[in-house]
Write a protein that binds this ligand. Structure first.
Ligand SMILES: [Fe+2]
Length: 279
């Protein structure tokens, strides 16, 4: 794989015409320009892959579209590496062999981005993806935005156990700013505090309010977590993953953890009273 120097977004709907991402190449180019503005040099294209629906692209179609999109961006003067991948919706009754040849790992790394059901019981599924017969190589599993799945939200132990079993976790940047509601924001902060998060990604859909972050939003992220943590989450760990290496969770300094507050959090009643008197 060609080495890139900048940030890497491992979850992005940037290929036109595949899913609810960009409708045409113009929207892809607009998103690509936003990426370059914040220093992203490489994006893993992850169109939805939901079995039994019209969103079931073949690996070869995604690979061809990634190459075509990268070339079109280049022609438009935007130099952005596009690697092929998929956001794979895990079938609720899936068995451990579901990661067959019909799925693409992220940039051919051997790590699969899995979107777990938002609501249903997933304990068995997680056991399936994190356990293998002795001698059988485990596929790398990255949970897409677990902070948005209610069972990860409702029981903190679920993600903890899955990560202990070898699963990696990718949190959406917008979750930290309340873009997916208070519950997802709270869960995202809790997971970060507990050292259960390996990647931050945009999950950009290249349109509407789901564009890649602009420089102001990016600075806000750095202000929240610190530059080092953001580089780990968006450059070092993605690079390790794409090379098929082991990836460690993001560990935030104690001071950062103490200062982190989800959006809309105004402190306990005593803090609020103190704030009122200080105004
Ligand atoms: Fe996505």
């Amino acid at each position: 794989m060609k080495i890139v120097n900048g940030l890497i977004d491992i979850h992005s709907h940037i290929l036109p015409g595949f899913d609810d991402g960009p409708e045409d190449i113009e929207q892809s180019i607009e998103a690509a320009r936003r990426y370059k503005d914040i220093g992203v040099d490489c994006v893993v294209a992850t169109p939805h892959r939901i079995g039994g629906t019209r969103w079931s692209p073949s690996p070869s179609a995604v690979i061809a579209a990634a190459e075509k999109t990268e070339a079109a961006l280049n022609d438009a003067g935007v130099s952005l590496r596009i690697l092929p991948g998929m956001e794979i919706a895990y079938p609720e009754n899936g068995d451990e062999d579901f990661l067959s040849t019909q799925f693409l790992s992220l940039g051919h790394s051997g790590y699969f981005l899995i979107e777990f059901p938002f609501t249903s019981a997933i304990t068995d599924i997680i056991r399936n993806v994190t356990s293998r017969a002795p001698g059988k190589k485990k596929p790398g599993i990255i949970a897409a935005h677990p902070e948005r799945c209610s069972l990860f939200q409702d029981d903190g132990a679920t993600l903890r156990q899955a990560v202990a079993g070898g699963m990696l976790a990718q949190v959406n940047i917008d979750s930290l700013f309340g873009g997916f509601g208070a519950k997802a924001a709270q869960a995202a902060f809790d997971f970060l505090r507990q050292g259960l998060v390996h990647f931050l990604a945009t999950d950009s859909h290249a349109r509407g309010n789901r564009m890649p972050p602009d420089p102001k939003q990016w600075e806000r992220l750095i202000g929240l977590l610190g530059r080092e943590a953001v580089e780990t989450a968006c450059m070092i760990n993605p690079g390790r993953m794409l090379r098929g290496e082991k990836v460690a969770p993001i560990i935030l300094p104690d001071e950062t953890i103490r200062n982190m507050q989800p959006p809309g959090h105004h402190g306990n009643i005593m803090e609020r009273l103190i704030n009122i008197f200080n105004k």
